[in-house]
Design a protein around this ligand. Structure first.
Ligand SMILES: NC(=O)c1ccc[n+]([C@@H]2O[C@H](COP(=O)([O-])OP(=O)(O)OC[C@H]3O[C@@H](n4cnc5c(N)ncnc54)[C@H](O)[C@@H]3O)[C@@H](O)[C@H]2O)c1
Ligand SMILES: N[C@H](CO)Cc1c[nH]c[nH+]1
Ligand SMILES: [Zn+2]
Length: 424
């Protein structure tokens, strides 16, 4: 891993920042083809990129049952416990409307309504992600969404990983399609003969998924850009190099475009982490992917002070931040931009990926400056409500009419005054 002195205002070299014109061209073609040719294009792209020609795009009840029978009982229990933790965490997220009484029976309100139909993308190209089923579905259910659809690519044999189907089954989700990548996003956004379109698409995925979501935004809503994974670790000399290296590699193994960064005040730690990364890479099963990520995007920055390190992290706005320093909780208070924050030695990032209950669908590519991780709010919308009594209207109508005339909108003024004219 490269080691370098921290310069002010560092920024991540990210795959979505230009340099992806080719991928964008592919994605746009896929979107157009699925929009105009529906299932035919969906099947053709599935065959091209996922290596199977689906007989049925939708997963059958028999396939779900087969997966339930095949999954190890202990794993099933682990999924159940993780799901409970995720539900508990997300149930704390407010979905309450409110009503503001104005007197005379008048009131203003905010009504919170769940979305009707959402499409949840569960990645599956190079690894299986049952955990992403839980992370997408549970906040949608807590919000009260009626139609929840899952799209995820199957393996070369045309079968979905058992863990994905079991996670869906234990949450009661039955509308599951064996499609992935940009073609899945297109199908969810525009609809095909088999798949009815949804109102919003959420969930993580690789660069093709992330770009496709960005392209269909406007036609449907999206949650955020949750692309190739990222981890930043902020550490001082109290941290353990082997643990930091393991955590960096945990995200590097996701994708060749994943990004792992260490910012540290200790030169000694920096060198040891670099050595450890090399050592651990040698024995990592997904070594090829992780090595590409580390070579392209892995950097160790040496900061002069902890506050320089904090400033650097805030400018990076990473998807995940681990803090392994003295007074880690106090340092966490100073972090303004990070998708998820993991404090202390025992909050290794995978704790959040799988189990703690926080959501692992998080903004990447520095979008944590303005975006939040997936949460219940992503699955609701808010309508404002006005109820004016006659008395309140009489009191305020002249003000409203004056404001309308200031804008040259006589029709507005007359609308609000028309009630008075009717009465006379
Ligand atoms: N940010 C987050 O919250 C978060 C969470 C979990 C996973 N992730 C990320 O999800 C991603 C999972 O990636 P994955 O690839 O394993 O699965 P994926 O399901 O995201 O992508 C697989 C799909 O990509 C398409 N594809 C692959 N090569 C293509 C090509 N050359 N041209 C066009 N389309 C192509 C195929 O259609 C395939 O179905 C990783 O980048 C991981 O870091 C992010
Ligand atoms: N770290 C990923 C988010 O970037 C989420 C995940 C799922 N499974 C393992 N990891
Ligand atoms: Zn992960």
């Amino acid at each position: 891993m490269k080691i370098t002195k921290l310069a002010k205002g560092i920024s991540l070299k990210r795959p979505l920042e230009g340099g992806n014109e080719e991928q964008l061209k592919v994605v746009r073609q896929v979107l157009t083809d699925v929009r105009t040719q529906g299932d035919v294009a969906l099947r053709a792209y599935t065959e091209r990129w996922d290596g199977y020609m689906p007989t049925s795009l939708r997963v059958t009840k028999e396939e779900i049952q087969e997966a339930v029978n095949a999954l190890d009982q202990q794993l099933y229990q682990d999924l159940v416990e993780a799901a409970q933790n995720i539900r508990l965490y997300h149930e704390q997220q407010s979905r309450q409307g409110y009503r503001l009484e104005l007197g005379d029976g008048s009131w203003l309100g905010q009504r919170v309504t769940a979305l009707d139909a959402v499409g949840l993308y569960v990645p599956g190209g190079t690894a299986a992600y049952p955990s992403s089923v839980l992370m997408n579905v549970i906040p949608a259910q807590v919000a009260g969404v009626k139609r929840i659809v899952i799209a995820s690519p199957a393996g070369l044999d045309g079968k979905m990983p058992a863990g994905v189907l079991v996670a869906a089954q234990l949450l009661g989700i039955e509308e599951i399609y064996k499609i992935g990548g940009a073609q899945a996003i297109a199908a969810l956004a525009y609809g095909t003969e088999t798949i009815a379109p949804v109102d919003k698409i959420t969930g993580p995925g690789n660069i093709f998924v992330a770009l496709a979501k960005r392209e269909v935004f406007g036609e449907v809503a999206i949650d955020m850009i949750a692309g190739p994974s990222e981890i930043a670790v902020l550490a001082d000399d109290t941290a353990f190099p082997d643990e930091i290296a393991a955590d960096l590699l945990s995200q590097a193994e996701h994708d060749r475009l994943a990004c792992a960064v260490l910012v540290t005040t200790s030169e000694k730690l920096a060198k040891k982490v670099a050595e450890e990364v090399e050592k651990q890479l040698e024995i990592l099963p997904r070594q090829e992917v992780a090595r590409a990520s580390i070579e392209n995007f892995g950097v160790i920055y040496i900061a002069e002070t902890v506050s320089d390190a904090v400033e650097a992290i805030n400018s990076l706005a990473p998807e995940h931040l681990e803090i392994m320093t003295n007074n880690a909780e106090a340092i966490a208070e100073q972090i303004r931009h990070a998708g998820g924050i993991f404090i202390g030695r025992y909050s290794s990032e995978p704790v959040g990926d799988y189990f703690a209950g926080t959501n692992h669908v998080l903004p990447t590519n520095s979008t944590a400056r303005f975006a939040s991780g997936l949460n219940v709010d992503d699955f609701v919308k808010k309508s404002s409500v006005v109820y004016y009594s006659e008395k309140t209207w009489q009191e305020h109508a002249p003000k409203i009419a004056r404001l309308a005339r200031m804008e040259g909108l006589e029709g507005h003024a007359r609308a609000v005054e028309s009630r008075g004219w009717k009465k006379e």
